[in-house]
Design a protein around this ligand. Structure first.
Ligand code: GUN
Length: 293
C-alpha cells in the first residue's frame, strides 16, 4: 500500500507556485492577491480560512480576510462581494461555505464575477469546466487530479466510483474523471444516498472517491484488492483524549481500507491540504489572467 502524502504533494505544488510568483513579479507582474469572506464563526470554517491565509503567506501572495458576523444579511454580503468584484487589487476571492441558513448560497456564488471566482463555484466556471473550456476548477477535485498525477496513478479505462454528489466535490469530480485527459479517462459511476446496493459498485471500482461527510463510511470490505481510495471527508469527531476535544476523521475507515488498497489518501494530511494548494494555483492563474484575458 502506498500512502498518497498530501503534505508532501501540497508542499511541492506550493514551492512551484512560490517560484512562479517570483518570476512573474520579476517581469513586472503584480503580487497575486486572494481575499476570503468568512461569515459567522463556525470552528471548521475558521480553521480552513486560517490555512488559506497561511498558504498565501507561504507562496508570496497578498491576502485579505474579511470577517462578517453571523447576523450579516444577504444584502450586506452581496454588497461586500460587489466591493471585492470592483477592487482591482484583488485577483480572486472566495466566500467560505457553509453560510448561515438565512443566506442563499446560490445567490452568493453567482454574485462573484466568474473571472474572480477562484473557487470555481460560479455557474459559468462549472459550465466551462463541464465543456472542457478554460475555467477555474473547484479546488478539491482539482487537488485530487493533481494527486493522481503526482503519484502517476494509471486511470485510463479504469472504473471510478464517486460517492457523494455535492456541487463542490462529487458532481465536478465525476465530470472531470470522465474527461479525455491523462489522469482521467475513467468509466465513472456517480453514487449517492439513493443508490441501491452501493457495494456492487464500490467492489468493482479501481478508484473510489468518497465525499459524503460520514466518518468511516467506506470500509475495507466494500472495496476490491488493489483499489485506489481517495478520502475527501473532514469531520470533527468528539474525542476527549484530544486537547481540542475532537479529532479529524475521514469518510474511509483507514485501517480496513489500507489493508486492501494499493494507494490511499490519509485524513488528515491528504486531500484537504491539496484543496488549499489548488486554490493558490487558481489565484496565481487569476493574477496572470490565464483563464479570462
Ligand atoms: N467549504 C468547504 N470547502 C470549501 C471550499 O473549497 N471553498 C469554500 N469557499 N468553502 C468551502
Amino acid at each position: 500500500m502506498i500512502l498518497i502524502d498530501g503534505k508532501k504533494t501540497s508542499a511541492e505544488v506550493k514551492a512551484d507556485i512560490k517560484q512562479e510568483v517570483e518570476a512573474f513579479k520579476a517581469k513586472g507582474g503584480k503580487t497575486p492577491h486572494l481575499a476570503a469572506i468568512l461569515v459567522g464563526n463556525d470552528g471548521a470554517s475558521e480553521t480552513y480560512v486560517a490555512s488559506k491565509v497561511r498558504s498565501c503567506n507561504e507562496v508570496g501572495f497578498d491576502s485579505t480576510l474579511e470577517r462578517m458576523g453571523k447576523e450579516t444579511t444577504e444584502e450586506e454580503l452581496l454588497a461586500k462581494i460587489d466591493e471585492f468584484n470592483k477592487n482591482k487589487d484583488i485577483d480572486g476571492f472566495i466566500v467560505q461555505l457553509p453560510l448561515p441558513s438565512h443566506i442563499n448560497e446560490q445567490k452568493v456564488t453567482t454574485a462573484i464575477l466568474p473571472e474572480k471566482d477562484v473557487d470555481g463555484f460560479h455557474p459559468v466556471n462549472v459550465g466551462r469546466m463541464a465543456l472542457g473550456q478554460p475555467a477555474y476548477i473547484s479546488a478539491t477535485p482539482y487537488g485530487i487530479i493533481q494527486m493522481l498525477e503526482k503519484y502517476d496513478i494509471d486511470t485510463t479505462g479504469k472504473h471510478c466510483v464517486v460517492i457523494g454528489r455535492s456541487n463542490i466535490v462529487g458532481s465536478p469530480m465525476s465530470i472531470l474523471m470522465a474527461k479525455n485527459s491523462k489522469y482521467a479517462n475513467c468509466t465513472v459511476t456517480l453514487t449517492h444516498s439513493r443508490t441501491k446496493n452501493l457495494q456492487e459498485y464500490t467492489k468493482s471500482a479501481d478508484i473510489v472517491i468518497v465525499a459524503l461527510g460520514k466518518p468511516g463510511f467506506l470500509t475495507g470490505e466494500m472495496i476490491k484488492e488493489g483499489a485506489t481510495v481517495v478520502d475527501v471527508g473532514i469531520t470533527r469527531v468528539p474525542d476527549e483524549s484530544k486537547k481540542s476535544g475532537f479529532r479529524i476523521q475521514g469518510d474511509a475507515d483507514f485501517e480496513s481500507c489500507a489493508e486492501k488498497a494499493s494507494y490511499i489518501t490519509p485524513v488528515p494530511g491528504g486531500v484537504g491540504l491539496m484543496t488549499v494548494a489548488s486554490l493558490m494555483k487558481n489565484t496565481l492563474a487569476a493574477a496572470k489572467k490565464e483563464i479570462y484575458a
